[in-house]
Ligand binder design. Structure first.
Ligand code: NAP
Ligand code: G3H
Length: 488
C-alpha cells in the first residue's frame, strides 16, 4: 500500500491532486534518525512554484468536497481509522526510527489517532444547526426565521510538530475534512516521512483527489510563503511559541488556531497523596524524554513535604530506562537533535551556577540526556521559566498555596497545571486562580481524552482544539434568513 510514496528507494514524494509527485527541482532534504544518525529517507524541499500548484489543487478540490454528504465523508474516515489500526505496528516502526519515540508510545500514537478519526466522524454526524425566531429580539415581528448551519472555511493549512507527527497531523486533517475543507499538510521536517505515510492512509481510504495534499520542506525556507498565501483560508498550527507568534504577526487577518509551548506546573500541597503525586509527575515529566507540550515542566511544592516528595521522585526516576527506543520499556530516548540537547544543557548550567541542587542525573552523550532532577530552584534561574523540551525537572519550594499560584501565573505560558491535594476546596480555590487552559486535579498534565477541549492561554496558544472544538474552529456559521411578507 505504501509503494506509491517512493520515487526510488528512500526517496519520498508528495501527495498533490491525488497523485504522488516527485520534486520538480530535484532538491531533497536528508532525514537522519535521532537514534543512530542513519539515513531514514529523503524528502522533497518544495519550491514556491510547487507550493502554488498544491494550493491550486486544494482549492479546486474543495468546491466539490464541501458538498459531499457528511455520511460519505464519515465512511472515508472510518476506513482511514481501520487502516491505521491494521498498520499500527508497521507505521510505529517508522515513527520510532524517524523521531526516536519509544515503540510502545509510537504504536500507541497510531491507535490513538485511529480512535480520534472515528470519534471525529461521529461528532461531525451529530453536529446541529440552529433555527432562530426573529421575534425574540425587541421590536421584531414574527415574520423572520434564521436558519444557521456551519459551512467550511476553504483550504486549511495544517502544520504539525515533530513530537506527534501522525497524531497532531491527523487531529487537524480529520476535523478539517469533516467540516468540508480541503487540507494542505506541512509536516515537521523531522517527522515528514511518518506524515507522508499518514497521507497515504487517507488516500487509500478514499479521500478524493486534491482534498488532502502535502508539502514537505523546511519551515524556515518555505513557511512564510505558505502561511501568507492568499488562497490559504485557515491555519491550524502546533509547535513552538516563537514560530507560532511569528506566523501570527505575518498573517494579518487570516484566522488561526495556535497550540504552542508550555511550562506546566505541578502544584503539590502538604495534604496530598505523595505517592500518587510522584507517580504522576514522573510519568508526566519524563515520557518521551519530556518532549511533550503538556509535560510537567516545574514542580511547586509546599516546603513541609518537599523533602519527602523529592525522595519519592528520585526513587522513581532512577528506575527509568534510558537508551534505545526500540527496546522494550525505554522511556528516556535520544532527543530529536543535538541542538535541543545543547539548549537543555545551557539551562542546566545556568541553574547549577546559580545554586540549584542536582539531585539526580548528569550524563549527556550527544543527543541523549539522562533524566535530571534539580531541587532548590529559584526564580532567578532560567529553568524556572523556560521550556526545556527534555528530561529535566526543576523543583521550586514554596511556603503556601498563594505563593504557588503567584509563581505559576508569572509564567508567560498558560497551557495546563496540576494540583495534588485531598482537599477539594483547596483544589478549586487554586484551579479558579490559575491562568491556564486546563487544570488537572490529582493527575499529571496531559491532552487526552481527545474530545476534551485542549487550549493554551497567554503564550501557549490561541483558539481551542479537541474534536468538536476543532470542527467548530474550522467552520463558520452561515445564516439564511427567511422573511415572510406577513406575520405567521
Ligand atoms: P517548531 O520548530 O515550532 O516547528 C513546528 C512546525 O512549524 C514544523 O512543521 C516546522 O517545520 C514549522 N515551521 C517552522 N518555521 C515555520 C514558519 N516560518 N512558517 C510555518 N511553519 C514553520 O516546533 P517543534 O520543535 O516541531 O515542536 C516543539 C514545540 O512545539 C515545543 O515548543 C512544544 O511545546 C510545542 N508543542 C505544542 C503543542 C500544543 O498542543 N500546545 C503540541 C506539541 C508541541 P520544520 O520542521 O520544517 O522546521
Ligand atoms: O506535545 C503536545 C501534545 O499535544 C501533548 O499530548 O499530553 O497526549 O502527550 P499528550
Amino acid at each position: 500500500m505504501f509503494n506509491e510514496l517512493f520515487q526510488e528507494k528512500n526517496v519520498y514524494r508528495n501527495l498533490v491532486g491525488g497523485r504522488w509527485i516527485e520534486s520538480k527541482t530535484g532538491k531533497l532534504i536528508d532525514i537522519y534518525s535521532p537514534i543512530d544518525g542513519s539515513l531514514v529517507g529523503r524528502v522533497p524541499a518544495m519550491s514556491k512554484e510547487e507550493v502554488n500548484y498544491v494550493i491550486k489543487n486544494a482549492n479546486e478540490a474543495q468546491k466539490d468536497w464541501m458538498n459531499y454528504p457528511i455520511n460519505k465523508k464519515a465512511e472515508i474516515l472510518y476506513r482511514a481509522a481501520a487502516i491505521l489500526d491494521e498498520r499500527a505496528e508497521e507505521m510505529g516502526k517508522i515513527l520510532t526510527y524517524e523521531t526516536a519515540k519509544d515503540r510502545k508510545s509510537a504504536v500507541g500514537e497510531i491507535n490513538r489517532t485511529a480512535d480520534f478519526i472515528r470519534f471525529t466522524a461521529d461528532a461531525a454526524k451529530s453536529l446541529e444547526g440552529d433555527v432562530l425566531p426573529g421575534d425574540s429580539f425587541p421590536g421584531t415581528k414574527r415574520n423572520k426565521l434564521s436558519f444557521v448551519r456551519r459551512v467550511p472555511l476553504g483550504v486549511v493549512l495544517a502544520i504539525s510538530p515533530f513530537n506527534y507527527p501522525i497524531n497532531l497531523s491527523a487531529s487537524k486533517i480529520a476535523p478539517a475534512l469533516m467540516a468540508g475543507n480541503s487540507v494542505v499538510l506541512k509536516p515537521p521536517t523531522q517527522g515528514s516521512i511518518s506524515s507522508l505515510f499518514l497521507a497515504q492512509v487517507f488516500k487509500a481510504a478514499g479521500v478524493p483527489d486534491g482534498v488532502l495534499n502535502t508539502v514537505t520542506g523546511r519551515g524556515s525556507e518555505i513557511g512564510d510563503y505558505i502561511v501568507t498565501h492568499p488562497e490559504i483560508h485557515f491555519i491550524n498550527f502546533t509547535g513552538s511559541t516563537d514560530v507560532g507568534a511569528h506566523i501570527s504577526e505575518i498573517t494579518s487577518m487570516k484566522p488561526l488556531l495556535l497550540e504552542l509551548g508550555g511550562k506546566d506546573a505541578a502544584i503539590v500541597l502538604e495534604d496530598s497523596d505523595l505517592e500518587l503525586a510522584a507517580d504522576n509527575i514522573v510519568s508526566g515529566a519524563f515520557s518521551y524524554s519530556g518532549q511533550r507540550c503538556t509535560a510537567v515542566k516545574r514542580i511547586l511544592v509546599v516546603d513541609q513535604v518537599a523533602d519527602k516528595l523529592v525522595e519519592l521522585l528520585t526513587e522513581r526516576i532512577k528506575k527509568l530506562k534510558v537508551g534505545d527506543p526500540r527496546e522494550e520499556g525505554t522511556v528516556i530516548v535520544p532527543l530529536i537533535n543535538e541542538k535541543a540537547a545543547d539548549f537543555i544543557m545551557e539551562l542546566v548550567e545556568d541553574a547549577l551556577q546559580k545554586g540549584a541542587k542536582r539531585v539526580y542525573g548528569e550524563k549527556r552523550e550527544g543527543n541523549l540526556i539522562e533524566p535530571m532532577l534539580f531541587d532548590n530552584v529559584t526564580l532567578d534561574m532560567r529553568i524556572a521559566w523556560e521550556e526545556p523540551f527534555g528530561p529535566v525537572l526543576p523543583v521550586i519550594r514554596v511556603n503556601n498555596i498563594d505563593e504557588a499560584i503567584e509563581i505559576a501565573n508569572k509564567s508567560e505560558y498558560g497551557l495546563q497545571s496540576s494540583v495534588f491535594t485531598k482537599d477539594i476546596d483547596k483544589a478549586f480555590y487554586i484551579a479558579d486562580r490559575l491562568e491556564v487552559g486546563t487544570v488537572q486535579i490529582n493527575n499529571k498534565t496531559e491532552r487526552g481524552p481527545d474530545h476534551f477541549p485542549f487550549l493554551g492561554v497567554k503564550s501557549s496558544g490561541m483558539g481551542t482544539q479537541g474534536i468538536k472544538y476543532s470542527i467548530e474552529a474550522m467552520s463558520r456559521p452561515k445564516a439564511v434568513v427567511l422573511n415572510f411578507n406577513k406575520d405567521y
